[in-house]
Design a protein around this ligand. Structure first.
Ligand code: ADP
Ligand code: MG
Length: 562
């Protein structure tokens, strides 16, 4: 028989240590029980964990693991306040590598539920069962048990009827428990997890790779996910993030985990959004699971009882690391991959849709354009190096094209707009004297004085007229059609000069681009398609996607072909 003292691990924290621990409510609803019991299972090194929920977790939450288990002496102590095997000294707080360390979870659960712990250590001949109800120990007895621990919390808040009134509906409590479960399962992909609700298996996550785990947890197709990795002094980062076309209406799937704990750090969520930038349209949000591993000395989890908040020593660096890590795969992600990047077209985009197929080779350096002999219609099946086959226009909006293993439905307006916008950005804007200056009624002098130089770099000249009022006296040709909007933008003074530039150039591009409903000449359309598929950024300046891509395999599948 193993020496009970040697196999005992749980101790009561010395008071000077326990005083240093952020105190607070650990258990406020079923989901917190799920979270804490899963933490314990994972800290015990479980390879497989099952969660059984009854009645939204209010009736029963049972978590079964195959981890290291507890001996009789551990069970005897583990539901006491500040009973833990995870830290001993105050210094340990600075290097916690386990999910738990406060020694409060089991005590809190035992105080407000009927808790039964059944456990057996791998080398023990028998298991032990402990029953604690509303904080009072009822049973501690040997019992047959498999290796590991089963923690069963029944009738949550049975002794706190007032608290029970604060519970939401059974289904929304169950939903919360499920989320809690997923938050634990995601950063532990090597562990198998199952989630049962009222007897039915709801989620099954076998041990798998991180990307597969994220996909399985949120019913995403791994094909749509990109992975990234980054490292800096004291921090390691892994990301599983959606390709840019995979967006949501909310931030629910922007999730940040620090040392395998989900945290609600908004500044890192914002860093994710910043990294996607205009890959994602306004009002939509990317999908990104961020897993940070930070030297425990660099983070402090001891500020929130449920460890949802975290304080970093070097948040700025982490943000940079995160942005860089996400941008790597985003940059490489290019629907026109394999197509050589084209130089900015030689013809500025002020004239609507003048795609010159007859340009001599060398002007348009795309291998596509070179492969199509000058003057020869590059229509169906033209022999191209990387075949982009244009098939025509549908609904007077979409240009249909085939490239590689995909069919593209390209929004003609959005694509043309993006191309014109890129051209405008790439060309210096030369001011042209206006015949009639555009008055800037009521503009603040201080604004003019502080911004005039920056406006000048955009080709916009602002001068004081005879009556002492300011007016725009010169504009680049490309912006002539936007006089009024421009005057408004200048007067409002909101946004940086760079934002102003982006804003007015995108408006200019929008004005000149072919509209939906316009019928396009097939040659011009084919060239538009080629250039669009050659773009690095497949979004219109307002952030909408330029096209929809349908893979051959998806089409095959759609008609039930093997
Ligand atoms: P903490 O996790 O902060 O240490 P808990 O109250 O959650 O505090 O658990 C108290 C102790 O009980 C743990 O430190 C651990 O030693 C033991 N324990 C709890 N759950 C398990 C489990 N599933 N397997 C093995 N040991 C456990
Ligand atoms: Mg714990």
């Amino acid at each position: 028989m193993p020496d009970p003292i040697a196999s005992r691990r749980v101790r009561i924290l010395r008071e000077d240590v326990s005083r240093k621990i952020a105190a607070g409510e650990v258990i406020d609803r079923p989901l917190s029980v799920v979270r804490e019991l899963l933490d314990n299972a994972l800290d015990a090194g479980a390879r497989n964990v099952d969660v059984y929920l009854e009645g939204g977790g209010l009736a029963r939450i049972r978590v079964v693991d195959d981890g290291e288990g507890m001996c009789r002496e551990d069970l005897e102590l583990c539901t006491e306040r500040h009973a833990t095997s995870k830290i001993v000294h105050e210094d340990d707080l600075a290097r916690v590598s386990t999910l738990g360390f406060r020694g409060e979870a089991l005590a809190s659960i035992a105080a407000c539920a009927r808790l039964t712990l059944t456990s057996r250590q791998a080398d023990a001949s028998e298991g032990w069962r402990l029953v604690v109800e509303g904080g009072a120990r009822r049973v501690l007895e040997p019992c047959p048990a498999v290796r590991g621990t089963a923690a069963d919390a029944a009738e949550l808040f049975f002794n706190l009827p007032a608290r029970r009134k604060f519970m939401k509906s059974v289904s929304s409590e169950a939903q919360g428990c499920r989320q809690s479960f997923l938050d634990k399962a995601l950063p532990h992909p090597q562990t198998g997890f199952r989630f049962f609700a009222d007897g039915a298996l709801k989620v099954f996550l076998p041990p798998q790779e991180l990307k597969e785990r994220a996909a399985a947890a949120y019913a995403l197709d791994p094909v749509h996910l990109l992975t990234g990795e980054g490292e800096s002094a004291g921090a390691r980062i892994r990301t599983v993030a959606g390709r840019p076309e995979l967006v949501r209406q909310d931030r629910r799937l922007i999730q940040v985990f620090v040392n395998r704990r989900r945290v609600s750090d908004f500044s890192l969520v914002q860093a994710v959004e910043y990294a996607y930038g205009e890959h994602v349209p306004g009002g939509a949000f990317p999908i990104a699971f961020v897993f940070l591993e930070v030297d425990p000395a660099q983070v402090d989890f001891n500020i929130h009882p449920a460890k949802k908040e975290v304080r970093f020593r070097n948040l700025g660096e982490l943000r940079q690391l995160l942005i860089g890590t996400l941008r790597g795969p985003l940059a490489a992600f290019n629907l026109g991959a394999g197509v050589q990047r084209k130089q900015p077209p030689a013809v500025p985009g002020s004239t609507p849709l003048t795609f010159d197929l007859g340009q001599p080779p060398g002007v348009a350096v795309s291998p596509l354009a070179q492969a199509a002999p000058a003057g020869q219609p590059a229509s169906r099946g033209a022999p191209l190096e990387r075949e982009v086959v244009y098939h025509g226009q549908v609904f007077r909006l979409f240009l249909l094209a085939e490239m590689g293993d995909s069919l593209f439905l390209i929004d003609q307006h959005a694509a043309h707009e993006r191309l014109l916008f890129e051209e405008l950005l790439a060309h210096p804007l030369a001011p042209q004297e206006l015949l009639l200056p555009v008055p800037l009624a009521g503009i603040q002098e201080s604004l003019v004085l502080s911004r005039r130089e920056a406006w000048g770099r955009l080709g916009i000249r602002v001068e004081r007229g005879e009556g002492g009022n300011y007016a725009v006296t010169a504009l680049p040709e490309e912006l002539l059609c936007l006089e009024e909007e421009l005057a408004d933008a200048l007067c409002s003074g909101t946004g940086s000069p760079e934002e102003l530039r982006q804003n007015i150039l995108s408006q200019a591009a929008c004005r000149s681009a072919v509209k939906d409903g316009e019928e396009l000449d097939p040659l011009a359309a084919a060239e538009l398609v080629r250039r669009a598929l050659n773009l690095d950024n497949a979004r219109c300046p307002h952030g909408r996607p330029l096209w929809m891509e349908v893979r051959r395999s998806e089409l095959w599948k759609a008609v039930g072909r093997p």
